[in-house]
Design a protein around this ligand. Structure first.
Ligand SMILES: [Zn+2]
Ligand SMILES: [Zn+2]
Length: 346
């Protein structure tokens, strides 16, 4: 079936109108009419071939929401007309230890990512959500509760689960003290979700202009990272830090703000290696780790949690013709806090 879409054709990353073919739905497929898709920084890195060679044409987008328009005959979980979402993955082997443990993002054979990836046949290219429609295996489709603002739900499918998963893994609950480094697309979701879990949130930012927003989003404290005094005032206070920073930096000062046994989780990817001094983790026996999105089961749990707590993304809604401008603004950090493309009339 034909799907209208927006695609990049070379590493210049310029997005243009295009048409692709989606596969004819199989018995376990769900056909989705896409309504909104979030603009993730990964989309921009990928269209510009910044994370290795990209397959062109590239249709980005992995924060996808819409409605079911058809289901294969074996599909029991979804009905035509239901609101659904698709995140960063569309298939995995289903048989390995990671898949059996609901961690499809770490499939030991192959995780099929939503775009710039190949299906399990290692040949058929995948195309993402800047498009009119999508055909996806039912297991990789998420349910969205009724009457939610779908355009604000879209960014939960990547930014939401990326931050929810480590907050859940490190058992954030009432009274825990959580630091969030960087207040962008990922950071603003980390603040909202940590606050909804009951945490006292501290935002670290390079930009003093973000203090009032940080507090509006739910942070109790705001620290300017250019001020060395800020790290001293926060020393030894935090249980957990989620770092969303995607530029090279020294992690040692952040580690100093953790309590004994505290953990710093990286979810932002800098192109160059970050620095860390061994004393940063030796004193206080601290941990440094990372996290990658979340499995399907946890993503559904996150969507249900956010629906219950009324946690959504702060977005700027754009038309497909504005994507290139939105990319330039995202690179400059000039977005509050996620661009979402309206694809209803692409
Ligand atoms: Zn993403
Ligand atoms: Zn697997």
């Amino acid at each position: 079936m034909e799907s209208k879409c927006m695609a990049a054709f070379s590493a210049d990353g310029i997005i243009k109108h295009h048409t692709i073919q989606r596969r004819d739905p199989k018995s376990d497929d769900v056909v989705i009419k896409i309504e909104f898709c979030g603009v993730c920084h990964s989309d921009i890195h990928t269209v510009k071939s910044e994370w290795g060679p990209t397959m062109y044409p590239c249709v980005p987008g992995h924060e996808i929401v819409g409605h079911v328009v058809a289901v294969g005959k074996k599909v029991k979980r979804f009905k035509v007309g239901e609101a659904v979402g698709v995140g960063c993955m569309v298939d995995s082997c289903g048989k390995c230890a990671s898949c059996k443990n609901h961690e499809e993002q770490f499939c030991e054979r192959k995780t099929v990512f939503t775009y710039n990836s190949t299906e399990l046949d290692y040949k058929t290219q995948t195309y993402g959500g800047y498009a009119s429609s999508l055909v996806v295996k039912d297991k990789f489709v998420l349910k969205i509760k009724k009457n939610l603002p779908l355009e604000k739900v879209a960014p939960l499918l990547c930014a939401g689960i990326t931050t929810y998963s480590p907050l859940k893994r490190f058992k954030v609950s009432k009274g825990k003290k959580v630091g969030v480094v960087g207040l962008g697309g990922l950071g603003h979701m980390a603040v909202k979700i940590a606050k909804a879990m009951g945490a006292e949130v501290t935002v670290f930012s390079t930009s003093s202009g973000k203090e009032s927003d940080a507090k509006r989003l739910g942070a109790k404290h705001f620290l300017m990272t250019k001020d060395p005094q800020a790290f001293l005032t926060a020393a030894g206070k935090l249980d957990l830090i989620i770092s969303t920073v995607s530029v090279q930096h020294d992690m040692t000062p952040y580690l100093s703000t953790l309590k004994k046994g505290g953990t710093l989780v990286l979810v932002g990817v800098a192109p160059e290696p970050n620095h860390v001094h061994a004393f940063g983790v030796i004193g206080g026996r601290k941990s440094l780790t990372g996290s990658l999105i979340g499995g399907l089961k946890e993503t559904q749990e996150m969507l249900d949690f956010c629906a219950k707590k009324k946690v959504f993304s702060d977005i700027e809604l754009i038309q497909p013709s504005q994507i290139n401008e939105a990319y330039s603004r995202t690179i400059k950090g000039d977005v509050k806090y996620r661009f979402v493309v309206d694809l209803k009339s692409i």
